[in-house]
Design a protein around this ligand. Structure first.
Ligand code: ATP
Length: 247
């Protein structure tokens, strides 16, 4: 018994190009159904943590040297990124990585092909458009012509098609206007509350992240230095001064 964790990361170490040690014994958990914020300054290792979990490290010559990661109680060590996606673990990467030369709708179709391996299953466009009506309005338009915020919506919408249990979200607010950031965070909170999707949220805007998260971790130099409920972290004077920049 005890808490049900959709994700457990235990003491992982990651090295890039056989020399740069980016993670130095990092551990964290994501309780099922919760949003967990992962905070810390530039270069602390937040994106690396997400890549280690989703299996995308290898694309950048990164290597998981030690430690373990389990998703739904099962080790991810032998699973390819695409298998993890099919099992319900989606990674929305920094910079969005949508196909700019395809329409919004084609981006969603492509994502769903990748998911099923063939064209058999009709993508659940309605689900995506219910959270992002703006994407419906632009569905025949090229993704490359979308605004930054709309591209972020498309990236999250694409992740939703996989019916994920856990979404790893890397800097959803990056480059967006304050109004759009607010919109995106409202939708993130809704997806969590309405669909029970757990999230591990990397975000520069710590105040905002802690406003939607249930709990949080603060990283420094490749490991966790502070953790606690979102409420406690947001109210802790030291955390506010040194990590949130709102002392
Ligand atoms: P940011 O918010 O700036 O992206 P971060 O906390 O996400 O910061 P990471 O991107 O995970 O940090 O980087 C952690 C460390 O690993 C940094 O020292 C970085 O220079 C290094 N690093 C990241 N990616 C690579 C790579 N592909 N090759 C070599 N070193 C890398």
């Amino acid at each position: 018994p005890g808490t049900d964790h959709v994700l457990e990361v235990n003491n992982i170490e990651v090295i890039y190009n056989k020399v740069v040690q980016a993670l130095r014994g990092l551990s964290l958990v994501v309780p099922r159904g919760q949003i967990v914020a992962l905070l810390g300054s530039n270069g602390a290792g937040k994106s690396t943590t997400l890549k280690a979990i989703s299996g995308l490290l290898a694309l950048e010559d990164g290597e998981l040297k030690s430690g373990s990661i389990s998703f739904n109680g099962q080790s991810t060590a032998r699973l390819a990124p695409q298998q993890l996606v099919r099992q319900g673990l989606s990674h929305v990467m920094e910079g969005r990585r949508i196909f700019e030369d395809l329409t919004v709708e084609e981006n969603l179709v492509t994502a769903s092909y990748a998911l099923t391996g063939r064209g058999g299953v009709k993508p659940d466009f309605d689900l995506v458009y219910s959270y992002f009506p703006r994407l419906h309005e632009r569905c025949k338009g090229l993704a490359g012509y979308l605004s930054g915020g709309e591209q972020q919506m498309l990236a999250i919408g694409r992740a939703l098609l996989a019916q994920p249990q856990l979404i790893l979200l890397d800097e959803p607010s990056l480059g967006l206007s304050p109004k759009l950031v607010e919109d995106i965070f409202t939708i993130i909170a809704r997806i969590n509350a309405e669909r029970g999707v757990s999230m591990l949220l990397v975000e520069q805007n710590a105040t905002l992240a802690l406003a939607v998260a249930h709990s949080g971790y603060i990283m420094e130099n490749g490991k966790i230095v502070i953790d606690g409920s979102a409420e406690r972290l947001a109210g802790d004077p030291d955390v506010r001064e040194f990590y949130l920049g709102v002392g």
